[in-house]
Design a protein around this ligand. Structure first.
Ligand code: SF4
Ligand code: SF4
Length: 419
């Protein structure tokens, strides 16, 4: 990536060095050891009820929690529905039921609406997916209804580029009518005054716009679309103005860490008025499925953990949520088949967006049945594991065995699993 850096050509929205450098410094958090001790011994998923108790406490005393109070007062994080909504209560109840081994579903479902997309990202996680068979409006609504029946709180629309679906606003309205929290991940290509207004009117709760770099030229090269960074930033501003809760989603590479991109995104997020920045780990999947050399080192993970923990010491936002921190086994571990699942545009059900292994198709059988099978699978019934897609033993057992020419997602039964 470094050869394509042309930072001199950055456009007006890019991170501008020199402004408030002191201000954007991520502070060293107090009580780091204590916080870790708490999670390691008492946090979810170790202690039954701790997830729901945590949800109850942040809802009850948001003003006591700087991470919540100053960054986005209605949410602890955008990945959990806003406080005091039915969707939030459903997630709390769902956590309790899960802890006491009663039937319950995932807290969040990411639902890919299409594999179509105007970009050609070098890192595309949806690359290689079987083509065609996009679910129609009625089937998609039926899937959303099944998720809500399983106590899911957030329905997260992804792609491809979900804004290429003409019925997107109808699906958002439908999700809202079921008292679930509709969220959207987009590259920002189609964000303009009219589309943002329509999204706001349909009840979109959270909009995440993907930015790979705080430098416009680097982002555009990686996505294969000139001017996309500018468009995405403009879209963010419009959405903020419309009152939508807006976040930036990005991913950490070796360059991200060495170039201190998190701090730069923090500053860019402030300029744009977003409240939350999600930093995924670069994960070998999709187009990069075999590129394991990209995996972050333990030191890089630790750096990213400290970035999120540093936010606990601040009295303002945007908050930064790093995958390195939340999926650490000292915190919550892998979310797949525990707190979330993913459904592809043509109905295949996988543990998450990044895992190219499916457990069945929701067009063939009820989602509840597939979820149960997933939860009972020997790999996914483990209580606390790190990100499976970054774990070499998991990759050796399941990912390396996927044939190079296979359409993704690949059936986990093809790996000697149990369907
Ligand atoms: S990563 Fe997203 S925006 Fe990029 S090509 Fe893939 S689906 Fe499109
Ligand atoms: S494997 Fe687990 S931790 Fe990794 S991306 Fe998927 S859900 Fe997240």
């Amino acid at each position: 990536m470094s050869e394509i850096l042309e930072k001199g050509k950055d456009n007006s929205n890019c991170y501008k060095p020199g402004i408030c450098e002191q201000e954007i410094k991520i502070n060293r958090p107090p009580f780091r050891k204590l916080r870790r001790f708490f999670y390691r011994n008492l946090g979810p998923p170790r202690m039954p009820g701790s997830f729901s108790l945590g949800c109850y406490l942040v809802e009850r005393f948001p003003e006591r929690i700087p991470f919540t109070k100053y960054a986005s007062p209605n949410y602890y994080t955008y990945y959990i529905p806003p406080f005091r909504t039915r969707a939030y209560k459903r997630v709390v109840l769902q956590g309790l039921r899960r802890d006491f081994h009663l039937p319950s579903g995932p807290a969040a479902v990411t639902l890919s609406l299409t594999e179509r997309c105007p970009c050609s990202c070098y890192h595309c996680s949806a690359w290689g997916r079987s083509k065609g068979g996009e679910m129609d409006t009625q089937s998609t609504k039926d899937v959303i209804r099944q998720c809500v029946d399983m106590l899911t709180g957030c329905i997260v629309f992804t792609g491809g580029e979900p804004m290429m679906r003409e019925d997107l606003c109808e699906l958002i309205e439908y999700t809202t009518s079921l008292d679930a929290c509709p969220q959207l991940f987009t590259c920002g290509y189609f964000l303009d005054e009219e589309s943002v207004e329509r999204l706001a009117r349909s009840g979109l709760a959270v909009l995440f716009v993907s930015l790979d770099s705080p430098y416009g030229s680097e982002h555009d090269s990686g996505r294969g679309v000139d001017g996309l960074f500018e468009k995405a930033c403009r879209g963010i501003r419009l959405a903020v103005r419309q009152g939508i809760s807006v976040g930036i989603s990005t991913f950490a590479t070796h360059q991200f860490v060495s170039g201190r991109y998190a701090e730069k995104f923090f500053h860019l997020g402030r300029q744009l008025g977003v409240n939350e920045i999600t930093v995924f780990d670069v994960t070998p999947t999709g187009k990069m499925l075999r590129d394991e050399e990209l995996l972050l080192t333990p030191e890089e993970h630790d750096h990213l953990c400290q970035i999120q923990e540093g936010q606990y010491a601040r009295k303002d936002g945007p908050k930064i949520v790093t995958m390195s921190y939340v999926n650490d086994t000292d915190i919550i571990g892998c979310f797949g088949a525990k707190y979330q699942l993913h459904i592809t545009h043509n109905g295949f059900v996988t543990p998450c967006d990044f895992t190219p292994l499916h457990f069945g198709n929701v067009l063939d059988e009820p989602l509840r049945q597939i979820w149960k099978r997933m939860r009972e699978h020997p790999e996914y019934s483990k209580k606390l594991v790190p990100c499976r897609m970054q774990d070499m033993s998991f990759r050796k057992k399941y990912i390396d065995k996927i044939p190079d020419d296979a359409a993704l997602p690949y059936p986990i039964e093809g790996q000697g699993g149990h369907l």
